[in-house]
Design a protein around this ligand. Structure first.
Ligand code: F6P
Length: 331
């Protein structure tokens, strides 16, 4: 193995939307680095902190007790300054000043695009760990935070269903996913939604009409319609308004789950994924890898070039779409 001898100190940061399990990933990166005699600096507030020189030394004890905490103790940001050449130059100066030899970035698509641009301009290895509740990244079955968010949605919708069935109402529940429907789709199946609206599909209105005109009228007296916030039909309020106009006899309500989906203690699945990926990121750097994302495919660690991750889209799970239709066609 071609071990990189030059890495004595790394930087680690979280970037983009926070996701449960990011702390677990920072802990894993830090401890795996220290176990390999590498010093660690945490960079606060993502790329913005890199530009402003907001670096903090992380020792093993600094990452104690964070495994189970939601959010990110390093904080996060979507840095506008990093989009400028000047900003990236300042960030590089700070990496030089703190003698950082390599960087681990925990975040989503936008964060990896930044990493790719930066590592083309400056000679410093970057390794990415996918952290977003959206689970929308090419090359990995799984992004840190997704499982926790999914369980949060399921718990919330189970409660909403109590009211839906007690009052005989249809609830339009909006979940996060500006550009991606993975969370809505899986939550829809897990919650027994009648229809799930996602940005990647455009056939849901037909399904909804079928439910309203047949399933709801004939047998069911309540229902959940799951909607990803970025759906082309325009979000939960718009869809609900249209249904209310066309069916004034139906009792309709809207529930936007919002940022509660991003918080909370990570599930065991997220903690384990974060820990596996954290260790793998350090091992990849030691193995002279750069500009890659650590992914999980069939529960095994893989290395995916960042160029592919930022260029390619992840396909939706068509089996979930099909199965939801089969279940609901019985109504
Ligand atoms: O990328 C994660 C995500 O939660 C999206 O699903 C959502 O659209 C977006 O972030 C909202 O982010 P914010 O409110 O932090 O701008």
């Amino acid at each position: 193995m071609n071990k990189r001898k030059g890495i004595k100190r790394i930087g680690v940061f979280t970037s983009g939307g926070d996701a449960p399990g990011m702390n677990a990933a920072v802990r894993s990166v830090t401890r795996a680095a220290i176990a390999n005699k590498i010093e660690v600096y945490g960079i606060r507030r993502g790329y913005q902190g890199m530009i402003e020189g907001d670096f903090v030394r992380l020792r093993s004890s600094d990452v104690s007790g964070i495994l189970q905490q939601g959010g990110t103790f390093l904080q996060t940001a979507r840095s506008k300054d990093f989009r400028t050449e000047e900003g990236r130059e300042m960030a590089y100066e700070n990496l030089l000043k703190f003698e950082i030899d390599a960087v681990v970035v925990i975040g989503g698509d936008g964060s990896f695009t930044g990493a790719l641009i930066f590592s083309k301009e400056f000679d410093i290895p970057f390794v990415g760990i996918p952290g977003t509740i959206d689970n929308d990244m090419y090359g990995t079955d799984y992004t840190i935070g997704y499982d926790t968010a999914l369980n949060t949605v399921v718990q919330a919708v189970d409660k909403i269903k109590d009211t839906a069935s007690s009052h005989g109402r249809i609830f339009f529940v909006e979940v996060m996913g500006r550009e991606a429907g993975a969370l809505a789709l899986k939550a829809g199946v897990a919650c027994g939604a009648e229809v799930t609206f996602i940005p990647e599909l455009q056939t849901e209105e037909e399904e909804l009409n079928r439910f309203l005109n047949k399933g709801f009228k004939n047998k069911k007296r309540s229902g959940i319609i799951m909607i990803a916030e970025g759906d082309k039909a325009g979000g939960a309020f718009k869809i609900a308004e249209k249904v209310q106009k066309e069916h004034p006899e139906i009792d309709v309500r809207v529930s936007i789950l919002g940022h509660m989906q991003r918080g909370g203690s990570p599930t065991a699945v997220d903690r384990v994924a974060a820990t596996l990926m954290g260790v793998a990121s350090i091992e990849a750097l030691l193995d002279d890898q750069k500009s890659i994302m650590i992914g999980l495919q069939n529960e095994k660690i893989v290395h995916v070039p960042l160029t592919k991750v930022v260029k390619l889209n992840r396909d939706i799970d068509n089996e979930l779409v099909r199965v939801q239709k089969v279940i609901n066609s019985a109504n």
